[in-house]
Design a protein around this ligand. Structure first.
Ligand code: KG4
Ligand code: ZN
Length: 342
């Protein structure tokens, strides 16, 4: 049963072809244009996606060795995300469903990140904790069954990836900042300086990362550090600042997630979203396997936004009676005037 999926919730344009839970292709076209602005410009993102969407879909079909005729289902990210960007992929997929008279499966972007650690598996074992850490979200879920989850905590201000991006900008690096900080940190001393991360009194599982970003800014000002000069000098101080900042963010993510795991007695933990690419985050979580926890990460190509996770989540929906009960429109035609059943 071949399924085509599309993801365009932020600045990526991605299409994937899957055969029964397994991606045959996963084409991701990222945009370089935002680098010079230090963040995503929504209007530029959606215009670029409009130009690329059919090329990316064609490429996904070609590299999977399938043709349009083979596609029996189509899925696309419905939200949350940038509205202009979402509309490109969503409308493309719905129009495709109408033209081919095949079922269209709308997918929640955060849910697709939750399940991205399990891509390829027909069955998932529950319960598990899911930490979704991306540029737009930092959410800790208790996942009890397919599409049955409870939010335990969320960020009250910046998302973890957003903090990486903003600190990278302060230090003079291009967007996205996470990968650069990760690389710089690998050659730095993480105990060089303690950047404080706020603790939330009301809910111990909520996060806050805007304070740590501000403390990096104050640290640079107080010590009259000009990152541009450090970059030119290839000064190791910059590596130390990156490593210390990264440690502050990672420690907060790990500490809160593990304290939730202990409180709820959950032994399986999944960490996904763009920030789950981070090497220190992976290292620190994986250590808990020695204490009887099972830690899941997505493959690298499934961490940042990609269509394979959208297609995989669509298969889980198709297989899950509960998901159908809760959304009877899934298999309805894109527009009612088309007689889908005939
Ligand atoms: O999941 P994603 O592609 O988009 C959203 O849904 O937001 O995540 C992008 C985020 C960016 O903030 C980027 O800086 C961060 O993931 N990121 C990283 C790393 N690679 C990507 N953050 C820390 N370390 C990394 N290696
Ligand atoms: Zn995402």
């Amino acid at each position: 049963m071949i399924l085509l999926s599309i993801e365009s919730s932020c600045d990526e344009t991605s299409a994937s072809v899957l055969n029964d839970f397994l991606p045959l292709s996963n084409i991701i076209s990222s945009q370089l244009i935002h680098k010079e602005f230090g963040g995503i410009i929504p209007e530029l993102a959606s215009r670029d996606q409009l130009r690329k969407i059919d090329i990316v879909v064609e490429e996904a079909l070609k590299s999977s060795g399938t043709t349009i005729k083979d596609i029996k289902y189509i899925a696309a990210t419905q939200g949350p995300g940038l509205i202009g960007s979402l509309l490109v992929g969503y409308n493309f997929a719905r129009s495709f469903a109408v033209a081919k008279q095949i079922p269209f499966i709308p997918i929640n972007h955060i849910e697709s990140h939750i399940y991205s650690s399990f891509i390829g598996r027909k069955e998932i074992s529950f319960p598990f904790l899911s930490l979704v850490v991306s540029g737009g979200h930092t959410i800790l879920f208790l996942v009890k069954d397919y599409f049955e989850h409870k939010i335990l905590g969320t960020t009250l201000d910046d998302a973890a990836g957003e903090a990486f991006d903003k600190v990278a900008k302060l230090l003079g690096f291009a967007y996205p900042g996470g990968p650069v900080i990760d690389k710089m940190a690998s050659e730095g001393n993480e105990n060089y300086h303690r950047f404080p991360v706020s603790n939330i009194d009301d809910n111990p599982f909520d996060f806050s990362f805007s304070g740590v970003k501000t403390s990096v800014l104050y640290y640079l000002k107080k010590n009259s550090i000009d990152p541009q000069i450090l970059i030119k000098q290839k000064n190791k101080l910059l590596n130390d600042i990156c490593a210390s900042f990264q440690k502050a963010v990672v420690d907060s993510l790990v500490r809160k997630t593990m304290s939730a795991a202990n409180k709820f007695g959950v032994k399986q933990i999944s960490i996904s979203g763009g920030v789950s690419m981070n090497s220190k985050l992976r290292y620190e979580f994986i250590k808990f396997e020695n204490e009887g926890f099972k830690i899941y990460f997505p493959k690298y190509e499934h961490t940042t936004d990609n269509a394979a996770m959208v297609g995989y989540t669509a298969y889980l929906k198709i297989n899950s009676a509960k998901a159908f009960e809760s959304d009877k429109s899934l298999f309805s035609p894109a527009f009612p005037r088309f007689d889908y059943d005939s």
